[in-house]
Design a protein around this ligand. Sequence first.
Ligand code: SAM
Ligand code: SF4
Length: 321
Amino acid sequence: MIETKDGFGRQIDYMRISVTDRCNLRCVYCMPQEEQQFLPQEMLLTATQWETVCRAAAQVGIRKVRITGGEPLMRQDIVELVERIANIPKIERVVMTTNGVCLAQKAKALQKAGLQGVNISLDTCDRAQYQALTNRDAFFDVKKSILHCLDIGLPVKINCVPVSGLEKQDFLQMAELARTLPLVVRFIEMMPIGAGAKYQPIPNENIQQQLIQRYGAWEQVHTKDSGSPAVYWQNKRFWGKIGWISPRSHSFCHLCNRIRITAEGHLKLCLHHPANGDLKTILTQYTDIAQIQQYLMEQIQQKPKDGHMTDESRPMWKIGG
Ligand code: SAM
Ligand code: SF4
């Protein structure tokens, strides 16, 4: 079994690919209304190009692929894309991060194509607040998608970013989702990336205090996924779990097992560092997949030791969150 370690001995087996920079929401901390310079369609990687990149990545040790964006469901060929990647030998897991707005219609086909789980972004359970945050009245579409995914047995994690200055973002109400449904609610501290830099992060510790006060003692769950930055809690009153991703208060660079590829095909070895390589050009220059493998292998050696809150001026929707 091929394993690729970077220059600091970290095994790299997880790749996040941003398959589009377009989105049907305008979240205030990610893609505010005024920021809309999308890539021309021809700059995006095609399904065939993504398949080639993922095949090469599988050969150098990538086992899990997360499809993200922008909003990945904006791509017309998203089911085909999932199927192509899920069918690659050695890729063990294909998952997606989505805002969930159009997921109810596509979930069954995506699952059939090989999708094994979805992270659905939802910062509030209040319809008006959702509309204020995302600039779209889509709360009930997302809720429908969550319930539908659970119904068909597609595992769901909810990503909730606490937003400072937002009146009454009800974290207990968000946690209630994990008490009453078999899913994970993860609280993700705001990162100073793009428009997110305008918001003061709310430390996860503040929300943890609220949850302890409301539900009593929690037990930490140990997961098999050693490269995951999330810490999970369980409580006997909960059907699901609560997860904490705390990049502001805890560095997890020493555990990092991932690389990213942006929508225009730029390789990002660290979320907080500028992109390193241009895969789209490489794909047109190299005809042999072994050359792309070699390129990826060499690039992985360049992965920086850490990027703990190094400045990244590009917004999350361009990088692929
Ligand atoms: N559109 C999809 C979605 O919203 O799930 C996928 C892309 S979005 C960029 C991925 C995740 O990044 C979302 O959960 C979003 O809340 C999160 N995100 C965006 N900007 C962020 C920031 N500055 N800090 C932390 N998380 C952020
Ligand atoms: Fe779109 Fe996701 Fe960014 Fe919201 S967080 S604007 S849904 S890409």
